[in-house]
Design a protein around this ligand. Sequence first.
Ligand SMILES: Cc1cc2nc3c(=O)[nH]c(=O)nc-3n(C[C@H](O)[C@H](O)[C@H](O)COP(=O)(O)O)c2cc1C
Length: 189
Amino acid sequence: MKCLGILAGPRKGHATDRLIEAVLEGVKQSGGEVEKISLYDYNIKPCAGCSACQMNKKCPIEDDHHIILEKMEEADSIVFGSPAYWSNVTSEAKKFMDRSASFFEMTAFGPRRKKKKPSKIVLITTCGAPFPFSHLMGIIPGAVGAMKVFFGRMNAKVHVIYAAGMMDPAKSLPSEKLMRKARDLGKSL
Ligand SMILES: Cc1cc2nc3c(=O)[nH]c(=O)nc-3n(C[C@H](O)[C@H](O)[C@H](O)COP(=O)(O)O)c2cc1C
């Protein structure tokens, strides 16, 4: 079982990254193979709006984007984590999703993944506002919703993990309880 972790936030070793790591740790503990990448280590240009990828064709823009799609094609499960920025995903995450319609096949209901892989998806987000404001203000639902629009089109079971109240950008980290939950989820992937 191959699990691909994708960090879509700029800060390695911080809240979002740690939760991704915890899921991957669980995958490893149950004998799975893991790889983690950060979108910020790749040169991904913005979508040019030509819609080639929506015609099931390769994106014509020449940059590193295809490397990540190739990794996704190989993965049995994907763990994708973006911090909440303005109640949404990061611009890097959005840029990546905008470019990636060729991961799906075009159907009457829009792009859909028909292939069985990946069969499991874990979506992770973190935000500064504490619970319940994280939800009342639409912050976690906004970020999760943006990821689900893309990852929910896959032929996969989707799990969500979030950490609210990461108020101090330097010190806030997910609780041990949440990290354990993330590890346990990883073990079950
Ligand atoms: C540009 C930017 C926008 C943000 N927008 C929000 C927001 O809308 N709501 C919120 O609660 N926190 C917001 N935050 C705080 C981050 O979501 C929070 O600190 C998150 O845990 C950072 O993740 P990281 O530690 O993995 O980098 C924002 C932070 C930045 C840098």
